[in-house]
Design a protein around this ligand. Sequence first.
Ligand SMILES: C[S@@+](CC[C@H](N)C(=O)[O-])C[C@H]1O[C@@H](n2cnc3c(N)ncnc32)[C@H](O)[C@@H]1O
Length: 196
Amino acid sequence: MRGVEQIPWVYDAMCSVMEWTGLSRWREWLVRGAHGVTLEVGCGTGRNLPRYDASLTVIGLEPDADAIAKAKRRAPNRPLVRASAEALPFREGVFDTVVSSLVFCTVPRPDVGLDEIGRVLKADGQLRMLEHVRHESAPIGWMQDTLQPAWTLVAGGCHPNRHTEHTVEANGFVIHEEGRRRDGSMRRFVASKKRP
Ligand SMILES: C[S@@+](CC[C@H](N)C(=O)[O-])C[C@H]1O[C@@H](n2cnc3c(N)ncnc32)[C@H](O)[C@@H]1O
């Protein structure tokens, strides 16, 4: 489904405003904690890619061709792969860190995507997420539920009312309290794979 998220100049313009009003600090937190071999799923136009430490190996993964072309221009030295979070083209247990920012609102099958992330992460690997979710306030949550079909159409697949933290916990991960932040609909946290 094509929408605002798949038109790089529109998406970048919107992000610039959000970053200026606070999102930049959350992006910094997200990438600064990455270590070792890192995969960024749904890297979009690559807005996080220049923020990683230059010494890290970071692979960007993104299904949209226009977004990936923009990411290539933004971060020419980072390897980029055109693929989906639900079918990661990597072997088991190869990544120390997987990063996702503003992606699991859009992934069509989030449970499958999280299973795949669990598969490619090392046993002691970390999943770092910055996501927007359904608002805790009942009236705002209701509004998000009401607007969701139109929003999803215009935005290109984004769901404003997902319970992403619950989905993460229901699909093999434990969320750490340290560093966790909730602000309106915005969330950021680190999660580890549950021990078998
Ligand atoms: C709101 S954008 C976020 C882009 C970028 N992560 C950022 O922080 O600016 C959502 C991105 O998720 C990507 N996406 C959608 N479905 C996906 C999937 N199944 N697997 C991986 N990425 C997906 C979209 O193409 C889009 O680039």
